[in-house]
Design a protein. Sequence first.
Length: 62
Amino acid sequence: MMPPAYVKPYVKRGKTDASDAEAICEAVTRPTMRFVAVKTEDQQAVLMLHKARELLVRQRTM
């Protein structure tokens, strides 16, 4: 997977599916492209718990 911020410089024109796909293809061919590891279900569950707790704390301190 690639973060959108890494692909953004390769978008040549407006936001359409075709131009996004073209930018992704262009970015993948670059030798300096960095990829992001996919998170497991357990990692995503822990992140969701942290985000939910953070939201509750933020709402409570308002």
